[in-house]
Structure formats: C-alpha cells, structure tokens
Write a protein that binds this ligand. Sequence first.
Ligand code: ADP
Length: 402
Amino acid sequence: MKVLVLNAGSSSLKYQLIETDDEKVLVKGGIERIGIEGSNLTQKSEKGEYKVEKPLADHTESFDLLIGCLTSPAFGGVLKDISEIDAIGHRVLHTGTDFKGSVLVTDGNLAILEKNIPLGPLHMPANIACIKSCMKVLPGVPNVAVFDTAFHTTMPDKAAMYAIPYEDYERYKIKRYGFHGTSHKFVSEEAVGYLRSKGLPWDKIVTCHLGNGSSITAVKDGKCVDTSMGMTPLEGVPMGTRSGDIDASVVEMLCDRKGMTPAEVTQYLNKKSGFLGVSGVSSDSRNVLAEAEKGNYRARLALDMFTYRVKKYIGAYAAAMGGLDCIVLTGGIGENSAPLRKDILEGLEFLGVVVDAERNEKCPRGRIFELNTDGSRVKILVIPTNEELVIARETRDIVKKA
Ligand code: ADP
C-alpha cells in the first residue's frame, strides 16, 4: 500500500510517501514558510533532490503544489498519477477527550476535530485544512487521523488530572494530554522488542524524546502511565524556546510588571524562554553548548537546567512505576548529543543506571545502540525515532480494517 504521510505545522507541511509492504520511503519532502514571504518546497527521491520557490498563501495551496511535485518527473516525482496513492495518514495534534486512537476521517470525525481547535489553535487548523484538501483533490482515497496525544490516553486520572476544581475539568476538559505520542509509541515498542529478544525485563521503561521540543514518558507494560507535557506542549522540561514547568503565578506577575496580556505571556513562555531565554544565545542546543564550552555562564546554566530536569523526571517516573528496566533516548538531542546525554545519565547509579562513557561518545547514528555498561542493571538505549513510519503503519491498519 502506498501511504502519503502528511505532517502539517502552523507554517510548514512535511510529507513522505511510504510503501508499507517493505516500509520503503519513496519520497520525502517539506514545505516551509507557508503564508510568509519565501515559501518553498524541497523534495527528495531516488531521482534526486529538488527545490521549488513559490508564494504559498495557505495549506490548501501548499497541498496542491505537493501533489503536482509527487507526479512531476521534473521534480523527482515518482508517481505517474495521483490515483496510485492508496491512503493518506495525517499527523493530527489533538484527540481531545473524543478518541483513544487513530481514526478514519469521516464527516462526523471531521466535525469533532473542528470542535477541538481550541485545544491546539496553532496546529489543528493546519491539520484540518490538509484533510479537507485531500478530500477535495483525492476523493475516494481514505484519510486517517493519527494523533500526537493518542498514546497517552492510557494515563490514569491521577496522572492526567490537574488539581483544579473538578467541574472545570468536566466543563473545559482541562487536563494533561501529552504530546510526541507517535514517537514515544515507536521507540517504546522498539525497546520492548529489543529487550524481549534478549530475555531482559521490559515492563518499566522511561522514554525521553529530546529535541527542539522535549517530553519524557513513563511506559509500564507497554502503556503510557505518565508524561511530562500537559494540556499543551508547554509543560515539562525546559526546551529550545519553551520554559517547561513553571509556577502559574508567574503569568499574573508578568502581566502586572511588563504590562503583558495573558496571551502574550503564553507566547513568551512558548517562544522566548527555554535554551533561548536563559542563555540569550540560541534555541539550538549545539550553539548553546559551543558557548558554554567557551565559559558562558548563562549558556551552561540553560543546559544544566535541562539535563537536571530530565534527570528528575527519570527519577520521578521510576518511582511512579515502582522500578526501572530501561531508559530510551531519542530526538535530535537524544540521538546525537553525547555531552547532554552524559549529564542526564550520570548520577543515576543508585537506580542501577550505569552509562559507559566510551559507548556514549561513539554511539553510531541510525540504529538501536546500548549506552550502558555490561554490568548496568538498567539498559540505556538510543533509538532513532520514526514518527512517519508509525503514521503509515496505523493508516494501513485502519484502512485494512475499514
Ligand atoms: P524537532 O523537535 O524540531 O523535531 P529535533 O528532534 O531535530 O527537533 O531536535 C533539534 C535539537 O537537536 C536541537 O537542539 C539540536 O541542537 C539537536 N541536534 C540535532 N542534531 C544534532 C547533532 N548532530 N548533534 C548534536 N545535537 C543535535
């Protein structure tokens, strides 16, 4: 089955065409700066790499261009006709409290997605626009919504609820939803497969997706029991530009002292904080690390705050699960940054976590790799994430069932 996977951000649209029979990626592409000057599409296939620069007002125009490029030999398109696309899998931000897993898009389900726009005002409109474009341009081709929050719907209420008056949870659905669900699902399943194949315990895993956005998840018996992101992706560890956990009273103080509106404070905590805000250098951990190594105090502090809080979440989740069998690291930082991995993992020996410094330094890219010493009771695995593959597999399974 040829599945087109679409991942729409507020001003971007990433896509892959995946043959699910052999899980081969036929085309990989992305559109950036949608609705902003300088919109462009890049596309890569076995025929080469191509770039198109064209003003694109919205996700509907972007999707039209994408479909044109998939079928155009001049841009490395591999399809003779768009009818070769068997199904479309959409990364959709939010299940709300309506879905527990991926669903086939019907008019009824589309109405539910629209109702849930307030839970993800930046992403949900883009997700919905893409779904509607697909229904128009490719009528008859099934669309499947694969949700970022779905993996976390197994959390018990005691982990998912905020301690605010209960009626406001009921009225406004204010609770922890968690994000990066496709990534946590993929790497936790990979870890379970790896550990079981070696006859090792696998029922208590902490997965750390550490990238520009970061979240930590406790996975017990293969199911999410807690996660660090909350009602929105703002909660949890500090990130590239997000503060992570913060006392909610700070919002009122910033409104009073800086004359900001609550919406401006939300923007400030999402876009101006984290590595960028603390270091004053960059949201990219590589730039912050380079400055820290030159002796820049704020750059070092930004990284120390991040690694310290990731460590705290690992300890908290070991306590929540009553033990720990494995820590998984993934995402741009988890897969690539040996110095940050070292700071996160050192000092956890009391939990049975012993990192091998040389393995950490020499960790190869693109495959599962153990960072623990041979004697370490807890396994430490670097696992490259693959959210698009999860979306393609889920889409295939839902369409086959339907
Ligand atoms: P996103 O959350 O946007 O998908 P990524 O998972 O690509 O982001 O993670 C981006 C982060 O990963 C940045 O902080 C970047 O510094 C870090 N990163 C990416 N590649 C490397 C690398 N080769 N070495 C060290 N850090 C890296």
